[in-house]
Design a protein around this ligand. Structure first.
Ligand code: GLY
Length: 282
């Protein structure tokens, strides 16, 4: 049976009821449209569809509406992982494209499947991806006022009817970072999948990377641990360092787990538990 879980980042929306409602409605719409895609097509199609929709919504910090780095430039990162074929691909700090997840998907067919910076952007041009300015007035204002705001990395993990698991994540980073910083998103710490499980992370990239979070959860499930145990153990280990991040995950039987460290308020997620839609805004 198909399963799909998506996220629109992590943080606190306490006292921001309007923002929470907007994000909730957006995530539910993305989940519903994407689930239809998943029922007709593949896990890869579904993950790319969901992440594209989220990248195109300026509410999130990915694609259109990405945060600006310290030098005022937007550099985006995205990754896609095919759990069946053990194929990870991604772009790091790519510029001036609309959908970084599509660049990651294009790279999955290449011998060298992860590209960074100018060469990632150049690869997109050679593949016919047009120039696109992802900057929004809101993010420019946020940048000029010391980069406050919600992070809003996006991600999706899908299991299709043939049992294939894909995971995808896309981010504009943390805002005002040193130009060239590499987040967890385009690494196996932030995005990982196997035939047994898939994970997409959100939160402070350095901390997610230091915990090898996504790969660790997936490996634990591969070694026989239940998904909920794998997520709980990984979060507990991260709590030893007071880390701030969360993740969405699913396994080959369709179980979904949303995990977060104790210091994190919320992961902005949506999935269906078999009876009803479950969201962060309940
Ligand atoms: N997790 C996204 C970032 O740290 O850039």
């Amino acid at each position: 049976m198909e399963q799909l879980v998506i996220h629109g980042g992590a943080g606190s929306l306490e006292g921001k009821t309007t923002e929470a409602q907007i994000m909730h409605d957006s995530l539910c719409k993305v989940w519903e449209e994407t689930f239809e895609v998943l029922q007709k097509r593949t896990a890869e199609d579904a993950v790319r569809y969901a992440v594209r929709m989220l990248e195109d919504d300026p509410v999130y910090n990915a694609g259109t509406g990405s945060k600006l780095q310290a030098d005022g430039q937007i550099r985006m990162s995205a990754a896609l992982m095919d759990g069946t074929n053990n194929r990870f691909s991604g772009v790091i700090n790519v510029q001036n494209i609309q959908n970084p997840i599509e660049a990651a998907a294009l790279l999955s067919g290449e011998k060298h499947s992860i590209l960074s910076s100018a060469q990632a952007t150049e690869f997109c041009r050679t593949k016919g991806i047009p120039e696109y300015n992802p900057e929004t007035e809101f993010r420019l204002h946020e940048y000029k006022s010391n980069c406050a705001g919600i992070h809003g990395t996006v991600g999706a993990v899908a299991l299709d009817k043939d049992g294939h698991i894909f995971a995808g994540t896309s981010t504009g980073g943390i805002g005002c970072e040193i130009p060239g910083r590499v987040s967890d998103t385009p690494t196996v710490a932030g995005t990982y999948a196997s035939t047994k499980a898939g994970v997409s992370c959100t939160g402070i990239g350095e901390q997610i990377t230091q915990q090898a979070a996504a790969a660790k959860v997936v490996t634990r499930v591969g070694d026989g641990m239940l998904l909920n145990e794998a997520v709980t153990k990984t979060m507990q280990e991260s709590d030893d360092f007071n880390y701030l991040y969360g993740l969405i995950s699913l396994d080959s039987e369709g179980h979904v787990e949303v995990g977060k460290t104790a210091a994190l308020s919320d992961v902005f997620y949506v999935f269906h538990d078999g009876e009803k839609i479950r969201t962060f805004f309940e």
